[in-house]
Design a protein around this ligand. Structure first.
Ligand SMILES: [Ca+2]
Ligand SMILES: [Ca+2]
Ligand SMILES: [Ca+2]
Ligand SMILES: [Ca+2]
Length: 618
């Protein structure tokens, strides 16, 4: 085994592709017989990861600050945030495997909904009748849930489905961020009425009546200054998970399933209405989509789209001048190996001025190694960008059952770090569902797709009790997990993470949404020696949210590109403002903003350690 973990996983996946089904089943059976005979492996299966220290002592904290440049402190309680996500309860016929099917819905989105200059936090609940929360940032360290008063709490009433996530974007360019709430059920669009309340405009907008959606991204794909909306779905739209017609609702394969929900592209017509153009624009696949993200990967000025799918290959859609999307997953390499994609985030992690891409997957030692993907594009100017998976060499390939992940410079040293949530199902610590799950995986499509064939989960765990990873970028292409040292606590089943400068201090704080678990708010402390600069963009000719704007910073002989996004990672949206760490550098040479309209604006020697509000010229 002299190969790197990267090559090992890739090789195994390639081999699986070539294998015939009977041989595959035989091999899986053999692997599990071997597992059963191995007390060592069994012990490993049944043991959860060791718990992280209940709280680093102040001495340890000071040491971590000196060594890594930052520490995180869970301040949820002090901030007045007491939110526990409730998982969905679906049709009774799914009861035996409910914990596995109803395993998503915890999400977190950052928005300054009232334009008071302080980022607020919106989180979803996923039980019928459960309430979502909008935590207004009081600016003094505390937050107040204003969702009930403003009309966006009671959004999970029986018969309408339950929340899976939310993205904010100013679809009518009135200066206030509006809310698109996606559900397993009836998605809702809420107009933000000047920060004082919300009005459902779902009917007028003409949204599809029922989607089993797990991701949405605002983007202006045709560059007309009006934000459009991509929505990615998991189950097909004709499945009502509370009133099933039958139990054949699950993926037909663990590797090549194409019986999932279709995806949507909702074109903003500018009169409050949206037109569904997905199929006409080339979005025709029916894989099991869990996450999506947008960036202009080929630099032609039009935002492209990456779609991460569970039970299959990922997709990359190049936007051909707003007229059509061309799928180039295979040609670009990101859509070659079937895995279980559950996150999509873009970031310039290597300071090359290009978009790298992080996709989470599943790794369970001894059972399944769908390693994470860290896709890095080549430097040549091929018409289709050529990505290479560098997760192995970067040390970020294996992180358990990985979910939402974000890029952000957590210690302001000038290099983007990664915060990754993980853990699938934390039940009985010594009982694992993995063996039964894998036996189902070895069956044929008819067996897999029918929920009746899945053994009951009972109270068992499956890749449970895993600690979030905080991967610090060393600036030389490798990442180090410092999560325990910097103060990350708890082994919850993490789903979504969002980064935001919650107290306008020039540092990125962290908010984590856990499935069937508490919302965690980490306040970041960064060494003052590291400098920063932040840009808050407002479009004029472009969409007012400036979603899709690229901000390219040149300093200390380096270049880093960031962008304003309308959704990133699994079920999450970060602070709309663009934050750069600068390390010890005390000057920035210039910043080049490419607005979605195509206009390019250069600001030379902008002041550091401050926020810059930049409005696009008319
Ligand atoms: Ca606010
Ligand atoms: Ca608006
Ligand atoms: Ca548009
Ligand atoms: Ca960093």
């Amino acid at each position: 085994m002299g190969s790197s973990p990267d090559e090992r996983v890739g090789g195994a996946a390639e081999a699986r592709v070539r294998m015939s089904q009977p041989l595959l089943r035989l091999l899986i059976a053999a692997v599990f017989v071997a597992l059963l005979l191995s007390p060592l492996v069994l012990r490993r299966l049944s043991q959860a990861e060791p718990a992280s220290p209940s709280g680093a002592s102040e001495a340890n904290r000071a040491a971590a600050l000196a060594r890594y440049g930052f520490t995180l402190r869970d301040v949820s309680q002090a901030a007045g945030i007491r939110f526990t996500h409730e998982a969905p309860t679906l049709d009774a016929r799914l009861a035996p495997i409910m914990p596995v099917v109803a395993s998503v819905g915890a999400s977190v989105s950052i928005v300054d909904f009232d334009r008071d200059g302080r980022p607020d936090i919106y989180v979803t609940n996923s039980s019928e009748g459960g309430e979502n929360a909008l935590y207004h940032n009081n600016g003094d360290g505390t937050f107040t849930d204003v969702a009930p008063r403003l009309g966006i709490a009671d959004v999970n009433s029986p018969g309408t489905g339950v929340s899976m996530g939310a993205v904010w974007g100013d679809y009518d360019n009135d200066g206030y961020e509006d809310l698109f709430l996606y559900k397993w059920g009836r998605a809702e669009l809420f107009h933000n009425d000047g920060g004082h309340g919300f009005t459902s405009v779902t009917e007028q907008a003409g949204l599809p009546r029922w989607m089993n959606a797990n991701t949405a991204v605002w983007l202006d794909y045709d560059g007309d200054g009006l934000l459009d909306l991509f929505v990615g779905c998991y189950f097909p739209a004709d499945v009502d998970l509370w009133h099933l017609n039958g139990t054949r609702i699950l993926p037909e394969s663990f590797e090549y399933a194409q019986n999932g929900g279709r995806n949507y592209l909702l074109h903003n017509l500018g009169n409050g209405r949206f037109e569904e153009v997905g199929r006409a624009m080339g979005l025709t696949s029916t894989r099991w989509t869990l996450a999506a993200a947008s960036a202009d990967v080929n630099g032609d000025g039009y935002p492209d789209l990456f779609v991460a799918n569970d039970f299959g290959i990922s997709e990359l859609y190049l936007n051909e001048q707003g007229k059509r999307f061309r799928e180039v997953g295979r040609a670009s390499n990101v859509g070659r190996t079937p895995k279980s994609g559950m996150n999509a985030s873009f970031g310039d992690a290597l300071n090359r001025g290009q978009w790298d891409l992080f996709v989470s997957n599943i790794a369970e030692p001894g059972v399944l190694l769908h390693g994470n993907d860290f896709w890095v594009p080549g430097t040549d100017s091929a018409t289709v960008p050529q990505f290479r998976d560098m997760a192995g060499p970067a040390g970020i390939e294996l992180a358990g059952w990985s979910y939402g992940t974000q890029f952000g410079d957590l210690n302001n040293d000038g290099w983007l770090d990664l915060y990754l949530t993980d853990g699938f199902l934390s039940g009985e610590k010594r009982e694992s569902y993995w063996y039964d799950y894998s036996m189902v995986a070895g069956g044929n499509g008819n067996i897999i797709a029918d929920a009746r064939n899945w053994p009951a989960v009972g109270g068992r765990s499956m890749s449970g009790y895993q600690r979030d990873r905080v991967w610090l970028n060393d600036g030389a292409g490798r990442f180090q997990d410092v999560s325990a040292a910097v103060g990350v606590k708890g082994n919850y089943d993490g789903r979504a993470v969002a980064l935001a400068d919650l107290w306008n201090r020039g540092v990125l704080d962290v908010v984590v949404a856990n499935q069937h678990g508490p919302l965690q708010l980490y306040r970041n402390t960064v060494v003052p020696a590291n400098h920063w600069i932040t840009f808050e963009l407002e479009g004029a000719r472009s969409n007012r949210s400036a979603i899709g704007a690229e901000v390219r910073l040149y300093w200390a002989g380096m270049e880093q590109v960031q962008q304003v996004t309308g959704g990133s990672g699994f079920a999450a949206e970060n602070d709309r403002r663009v934050h750069f760490g600068l390390g010890r550098a005390t000057t920035v040479e210039r910043v080049v903003i490419r607005w979605p309209s195509g206009r390019v604006q250069t600001i030379t020697t902008p002041a550091i350690d401050t926020f810059h509000k930049v409005r696009e010229a008319q």
